[in-house]
Ligand binder design. Structure first.
Ligand code: 5GP
Length: 185
């Protein structure tokens, strides 16, 4: 566990450690490589939270991949979803007739993912699937299919490995629960 970052005061508990993330990422990358053998995929990372996972996932994959990003309006300092979703940065690539996998950090209410899936489906990709490092099913508001899931997490606000609170903690190498007093202000 990283001692370079003084995280102990802000993190209540480490939920998923570096080794667990590494092993699961390799497992998912291998599964995707098998499922798409002989094909080429475009990984669509949802900024900014998914970039750490995406960077590790793509390097563990055994098939040709290209990468693009979308940015979606985020919570800012609010830790609960407003339900309002909009695209801040669209794809650079044309995904028509391509095999596309959306890479998310966490699926919570599902509103962001539902919006993205609907939006990208309308561009006629050959196939469209979803890969999420974390799934928080207890808070789901709309049903969404996640084809590749890393870990299911409880209804707690988590940070690290790409996930932030107010843009901080993304560089923690593990996923941990943020002390409620930090976001309670
Ligand atoms: P949804 O639209 O599914 O409610 O929210 C998805 C987005 O909400 C994620 O991509 C992430 O940015 C944010 N989010 C949801 N739950 C958490 C959490 O526990 N921690 C952090 N840092 N972000 C979260």
């Amino acid at each position: 566990m990283s001692k370079r970052i003084p995280w102990e005061a802000d993190i209540l508990e480490v939920l998923i450690n570096e080794e667990q993330i590494r092993a699961k990422t390799a497992e998912i990358a291998h599964q995707i490589s098998q499922d798409y053998e002989g094909k080429e995929v475009i990984l669509v990372g949802v900024m900014v939270g998914a970039v750490v996972f995406l960077a590790d996932l793509m390097r563990a994959m055994e098939i040709p991949v290209s990468v693009d990003f979308v940015a979606i309006s985020s919570y800012g300092k609010d830790t609960r979803s407003s339900g309002v979703v909009r695209i801040l940065k669209d794809l650079d690539m044309n995904i028509e007739s391509k095999h596309v996998i959306i890479v998310e950090d966490i699926v919570d209410t599902g509103l962001t993912l539902k919006y993205l899936v609907d939006n990208l489906s309308a561009r006629s990709p050959a196939t469209l699937r979803v890969c999420a490092l974390l799934d928080k099913p207890s808070r789901r508001k709309v049903p969404v299919t996640i084809h590749y899931v890393g870990f299911t997490v409880p209804d707690k606000f988590v940070v690290g490995y790409g996930l932030d609170f107010d843009q901080r903690y993304r560089n923690l190498p593990f996923v941990g629960v943020l002390r409620p007093e930090i976001y309670a202000g």
